[in-house]
Design a protein around this ligand. Structure first.
Ligand code: FES
Length: 236
């Protein structure tokens, strides 16, 4: 099951801090803060570009949230942002899940970070798989390289992945296609696996531009409104 879409809001935010990895602390009204896996579309007030950028949640902050990296390089301290959101379907950790795997397939785990506190609240063990350096993790989170994915998935009763759309074929090859699932039970999670598909989402479903299209089952879906988090079994 995935997070339902929250009522969408339009309001302003401001960048209060920028960090070395390109993430930021953004102050904004609480109703705009996206859940893990959801996003905001943000357009800098003084920008000439007509394109808004997706901003994902990393962790909470007192008057807003810490965004996942990276953000546009032109955004600086004090930049005012026109924000629309929260948009899309985010991650949902099933209530009974006690073994949670967070898998950053081809990037840092920045967009998965917000799930750590949620998993800890339900007393879950957490294994984070990634090939990038990670800081500021609670000690209880075990970090493993991505190559451990096929060992960790059968252990997990819930897994959340982050993968770029162009790397979906690589992920499918590692896991085996749908008709091969029965032949590779050792590669499957015991429970639900959700995948955040990273792609451009310039219109956030407003113009139905189709740039974010993803093949789900036998049909095209829009990552900006039907995702960006999808069930893995629908993607294989
Ligand atoms: S971003 Fe335009 S339809 Fe998804």
């Amino acid at each position: 099951m995935r997070v339902n879409i929250s009522p969408m809001k339009i309001d302003k935010g401001i960048i209060k801090e920028i960090f070395w990895d390109g993430s930021a602390r953004i102050d904004c009204p609480p109703e705009l803060i996206p859940a893990p896996g959801q996003y905001l579309l943000a357009h800098a007030n003084a920008s000439d570009s007509p394109i808004a950028d997706p901003v994902f949640f990393n962790r909470p902050a007192p008057n807003g949230f810490f965004s996942a990296a990276p953000l546009p390089a032109s955004w600086t301290l004090g930049t005012f942002l026109n924000l629309r959101g929260p948009l899309g379907h985010g991650f949902t950790i099933p209530v009974p899940a006690r073994k949670v795997a967070l898998i950053a397939f081809d990037d840092s785990p920045t967009r998965l970070h917000g799930l750590i506190s949620l998993a800890l609240k339900q007393n879950a063990e957490i294994v984070l798989l990634c090939d990038t350096q990670v800081n500021d993790l609670p000690e209880v989170v075990e970090v493993q390289p991505l190559k451990a994915m096929l060992e960790i998935l059968p252990w997990a009763d819930y897994a959340a992945m982050d993968v770029a759309r162009e790397n979906m074929n690589q992920l499918k090859e590692m896991l085996g296609k749908k008709n091969q699932v029965a032949a590779h039970p050792e590669r499957q999670s015991q429970g639900e696996v959700q995948v955040l598909i990273r792609t451009q989402m310039p219109c956030g479903a407003l113009a139905e531009c189709g740039i974010c299209a993803v093949m789900v089952g036998q049909q095209w879906k829009m990552a900006c409104k039907d995702g960006p988090v999808f069930d893995l079994k629908e993607l294989l």
